[in-house]
Ligand binder design. Structure first.
Ligand code: ADP
Length: 272
């Protein structure tokens, strides 16, 4: 009897712990939803006045730029740069919350990913070379097209290559793409400053930045890598990093080749 009583007591404790755990998980999910809504509302509210603020500054610099006293022009240019930076942050936030709230789905189309990736990496070649870095593109043709959302793939590649340029001072960046089983594997390696091991676990969290990391520019929001991981996840894929301080970093994105989205349109006369 004692054994049975003990088992019943144990089960009651288990059930209570389970109920408490569930309540906690629900409260956290609710909090997360509230946060997403808050971010979304604030970002929308910021975007319009920001656009209205930037337009006249842009106009003043383009229309009357030559006639303005140099000091005024410099100050306007500074205001414009910072305003644009704020706008990028707001745009990133909006993109982020729309993914988190499930409003954004990947629209997969069959893509020649090797060509697309080489072209995207090429967009940043000039920036890399201006910084005295080499940019090597190693994207041989893949055995078959991959079904990805092209706009999302663009974000993934540009974010990773831009980061590599930003955090590399000597050497260069290699962008490689390979098929591995059912997956496409993108690797962006650099010979940059690297990331301390203690920072790696939180690196893909939103707003996480390595505060004492030397960088080519301090511009950034800490949203880039979080977006990369979310976009990979929307394709059923993953994003990871390996890094050694002073040696360099390799970011790896794996996506299933996937199937394109086909919207079933019934042929005329065949509808049930
Ligand atoms: P940020 O806007 O700060 O670049 P990210 O989310 O893209 O935000 O990156 C988060 C942090 O990860 C950066 O602040 C930087 O410290 C680190 N990081 C990202 N890419 C690299 C890289 N290629 N080499 C070294 N550190 C990097």
């Amino acid at each position: 009897h004692e054994l049975l009583a003990g088992q019943v007591a144990g089960a009651v404790v288990d059930a209570r712990a389970y109920a408490a755990e569930r309540a906690r998980a629900e409260a956290l999910a609710e909090l997360d939803r509230a946060k997403t809504t808050f971010f979304s509302d604030v970002s929308h509210e910021l975007r319009t006045p920001l656009t209205l603020l930037l337009a006249p500054i842009t106009d003043a610099l383009t229309d009357a730029g030559g006639e303005l006293p140099p000091a005024v022009r410099d100050q306007l240019a500074l205001a414009l740069r910072n305003g644009q930076r704020l706008k990028r942050l707001v745009d990133d936030l909006l993109e982020f919350v729309s993914i988190e709230s499930g409003r954004t789905a990947a629209v997969r189309v069959e893509t020649d990913l090797a060509t697309a990736t080489a072209e995207l990496a090429g967009v940043l070649r000039a920036a890399a070379e201006r910084a005295g870095l080499t940019l090597t593109v190693d994207c041989p043709p893949l055995p078959r097209p991959a079904a990805v959302d092209p706009r999302m793939w663009e974000k993934v590649v540009l974010n990773l290559v831009a980061n590599a340029v930003k955090y590399t001072f000597v050497g260069g960046i290699t962008v490689s793409l390979r098929a591995q089983g059912d997956e496409v594997v993108l690797r962006v390696s650099d010979t940059g400053v690297g990331i301390p091991a203690a920072e790696l676990p939180a690196l893909f969290e939103r707003f996480h930045r390595v505060t004492d990391s030397p960088a080519r520019s301090r511009e950034g929001t800490g949203l880039g890598l979080a977006l990369v991981r979310e976009l990979a996840a929307l394709h059923g894929g993953t994003a990871d990093v390996e890094s050694e301080p002073g040696v360099g970093s390799t970011f790896t994105v794996r996506l299933p080749f996937g199937e394109p989205d086909t919207t079933a349109v019934p042929l005329p006369g065949t509808a049930a």
